[in-house]
Design a protein around this ligand. Structure first.
Ligand code: SF4
Length: 377
């Protein structure tokens, strides 16, 4: 198989992995013959970069029930040798097609041996090819301390896809992966290494969940997510709505509606940007978020005692609880209030808030504002 064919095969196989950045949130790929598998991705510092997402190999000895490259499935298989992948990325980088690389892999010959090949690729990139840009490395199931430390030294970010919120749920997705020992443990080891080695300061970790294939609830997923933020200082969690793939054990399982994935991302934003806690979320009796309204609006309608909020006196924390007001518009309200008072709903619209959504929840000059914006004529 020539290099372009390998790029096509191992780039397309890497698509399903969202744990590398914004590529999981509706971004479009760079459309280019050579750069077909290059995606815009957001680095931890917020800068968007063009990232090559690639598998070192799509050979895999694991049997994840949803996965198109699971063992025994009849698909073409190929492997990049470390030098091949490093040299290929060097060419792509020098052609200014990509400035970052995300390397994942099927598991072939155990997690340790698989990681050896990925680490050799990263070492060639950093050494022989003097690549100083962004590298994200997937930690393989069962990765040991030494390999994790090397990965952290070479990469800017590492990740482990937990896929499920607990070992019981993972058992519905794979018979060959062990949750605590193979998936959680590498994240725990990475957290300890980052904490005690100053050379690893600033290195970050992410994970991904497959949503809806293991009969887990949103509460299960978000409880695990917040625990990871709290205990392991995880940088991000990504959520991927399950879609069945032919000729896999879950081919007849119903697909997960995309709105469920969207509600999980909205909840995750509430944790990370709005000061919400897990206990603030409202779940239905089955442990799921409402699909017909976003989780912040659901919280607001369940907490009438918190509203209306006096817009000209509210703290940033209070502003962030108002539907239609996000972190940017909250900051703008605080800034604008130094020189002017908010007296009309149109002012909210001008600073970028969703004024119609916010109107039922605020007081302006002691009065509830009109619920609709004035017509512009
Ligand atoms: S480990 Fe599981 S998800 Fe990853 S490539 Fe192998 S079968 Fe697919």
């Amino acid at each position: 198989m020539d290099i372009q064919d390998k790029l096509d095969l191992l780039g397309s196989a890497a698509q399903a992995d969202l744990a590398c950045g914004k590529c999981g949130e509706g971004q479009t790929r760079v459309r280019d013959d050579v750069g077909r598998w290059i995606y815009p991705a957001v680095r931890p510092d917020g800068k968007t970069v063009k990232m090559l997402k690639i598998l070192q190999t799509n050979a895999c000895e694991k049997d994840c029930f949803y996965c198109p490259t699971r063992r025994g499935r009849d698909v073409p298989r190929s492997t990049f040798q470390p030098e091949e992948l490093a040299a290929t990325f060097d060419q792509i980088h020098r052609a200014h097609l990509a400035e970052a690389i995300f390397i994942s892999s099927g598991v072939a010959g155990g997690g340790t041996r698989t990681m050896e090949r990925m680490l050799a690729t990263a070492e060639l990139l950093r050494g022989k090819y003097d690549f100083r840009g962004y590298i994200h490395l997937k930690l393989m199931p069962g990765a040991q301390d030494a390999a994790i430390e090397r990965a952290l030294l070479l990469a800017d970010r590492v990740s482990v896809n937990l896929e499920a919120p607990s070992s019981e749920h993972l058992a519905k997705l794979s018979s060959t992966k062990r949750y605590a020992e193979e998936l959680l443990a590498p994240l725990q080891i990475a957290k300890k290494l980052i904490a005690r080695n100053p050379a690893l300061a600033g290195k970050t970790m992410t994970t991904q969940f497959v949503v809806g294939a293991a009969d887990e609830s949103d509460r299960d997923i978000l409880a695990r997510t917040t625990q990871l933020y709290r205990e392991l200082e995880l940088a991000r969690a990504y959520f991927s709505a399950f879609q069945p793939i032919e000729n896999t054990p879950l081919e007849n399982h119903a697909p997960t509606p995309l709105v469920r994935e969207h509600r999980l991302y909205q909840s995750d934003f509430l944790f990370r940007k709005y000061g919400f806690a897990f206990a603030d979320l409202i779940f239905d009796p089955r442990g799921n978020l409402a699909t017909e309204a976003d989780p912040k609006t659901v919280w607001a309608t369940h907490h009438p005692e918190f509203f209306p909020i006096v817009l000209n006196r509210a703290s940033k924390e209070q502003l962030l609880r108002i539907p239609g007001i996000g972190p940017l518009s909250a900051s703008r309200i605080l800034q604008s209030r130094r020189v002017t008072k908010f007296t009309a709903i149109e002012q909210l619209a001008r600073i970028g808030a969703d004024a119609s959504r916010a109107a039922p929840f605020v007081l302006m000059n002691g009065r509830a504002p009109a619920r609709q914006l004035a017509l512009p004529f």
